[in-house]
Design a binder for this molecule. Structure first.
Ligand SMILES: *Cc1c(COP(=O)(O)O)cnc(C)c1O
Length: 362
């Protein structure tokens, strides 16, 4: 064994497996049970499941702290926001996954929690607002504008003011960004996306720096019943085994496509943070032209969500709840692991069909 921590690729493959013993299975079993023989420490299916534990061991190993699986990313987000007591204050990035914004609006309106919204790039504003706040809630990169937070500086300010810092790491994954190492207290995932990677499950997770906080999340999961299904958790665990390969390929594809899209006449803006598999583009001709691009694609899938092996895209403003700061013609691309030339050819023909050379721009 090397005298150093295993690299993420090795953790993804080797963690969360049963102990090595003759005829022991290599893989964590999918444990379908609602209850356990008494007396025991777990007792009932809402309090624990060995398949959850296996998934949590892998994700916790990748992020660097104890992980707690939840029924969905949204259930995980909700569990973190509910840490804040009535009368408390949350500082949040202005642009977030729409579901997180809805939860924050609900808290803001209903239970006397004050929510303060700032641009994720406004480091001075965020570090000042962290003083006296209970929680700073960030996404970096943000969805779908791909703005980035200066996490180390924000984390240092949160530490100084004893304010919890939570980062939704769904877009970056622990392969590309480990917020706990950068100073955050809590990491949240929609494991529905890259961690599972095959667009076939809904699952979420919270990862914390320390155990007392993780225990609070386990308690919350048990008492609220925000529990994942063992089948979903097992599928996500299976997906995690290839996370590094999928991310590597998606990123290579995304980099190449971002560069080519930047030089395309029908594309007015490309947002790409330089890593990861999400690229947001704006096209000439507004919403109608963007919709025409989507309709003309044959390899790319028109669907919401992201992080699957298949390349997908959508015009985010087709959703009434999407922020008005997101341009009407913005298409969010989730680049998959297909052959990059096939992806490019499909995009190029769709962009050409929507805005033929010589046509005038709306
Ligand atoms: C999808 C998503 C969520 C919500 O996760 P679900 O699994 O759909 O409940 C939260 N945050 C981000 C960044 C997401 O992309």
């Amino acid at each position: 064994m090397p005298d150093r921590p295993l690299s993420p690729a090795t953790v993804a493959v080797t963690a969360g497996r049963p102990p090595r013993a003759p005829d022991a299975p290599l893989n964590a079993p999918m444990v379908l049970t609602s209850t356990y023989h008494a007396p025991g420490e777990v007792g009932y299916g809402r309090y624990g499941n060995p398949t959850w534990s296996a998934f949590e061991e892998v994700l916790g190993g990748l992020e660097g702290g104890p992980a707690v699986a939840f029924a969905s990313g949204t259930a995980a987000v909700d569990a973190v926001l509910r840490l804040v007591p009535a009368g408390g204050r949350i500082v949040a990035s202005r642009h977030l996954y729409a579901g997180s914004t809805l939860l924050l609006d609900e808290l803001d309106g209903g239970s006397a929690v004050e929510v303060q919204r700032l641009d994720v790039t406004d480091t001075d504003g965020l570090t000042a607002a962290a003083r006296g706040a209970d929680l700073v809630w960030l996404e970096s990169p943000t969805n779908p504008l791909l703005d980035e937070a200066e996490l180390p500086r924000i984390a240092a300010a949160c530490r100084e003011h004893a304010t919890l810092l939570a980062v939704d790491n769904t877009f970056a994954t622990p392969l590309l960004q480990r917020p706990l190492e950068l100073g955050a207290d809590i990491v949240v995932h929609s494991a529905t996306k890259y961690l599972s990677g095959h667009s076939d499950v809904l699952l979420g997770a919270v990862v914390t720096r320390e155990d007392p906080l993780a225990a609070r999340f386990r308690q919350y999961r048990s008492s609220r019943g925000a529990v994942p299904g063992p089948v979903e958790t097992w599928l996500a665990l299976r997906g995690l085994r290839t996370l590094h390969l999928r991310i590597e390929r998606a990123q290579t594809n995304a980099r190449e496509l971002a560069a080519r899209l930047g030089a395309h006449a029908a594309v007015t803006r490309v947002r790409y943070p330089g890593y990861g598999g999400i690229v947001s583009i704006e096209v000439t001709g507004g919403a109608a032209a963007a919709d025409a691009v989507v309709a003309a694609l044959q390899v790319w899938v028109h669907a919401t969500s992201l992080g699957g092996v298949e390349s997908s895209l959508e015009r985010r403003r087709r959703w009434a709840f999407e922020s008005a700061d997101v341009p009407e013609s913005l298409l969010r691309l989730s680049v998959g692991v297909e052959d990059v030339e096939d992806l490019w050819d499909d995009l190029a023909q769709a962009l050409g069909a929507a805005s033929p050379p010589g046509s005038s721009d709306a």
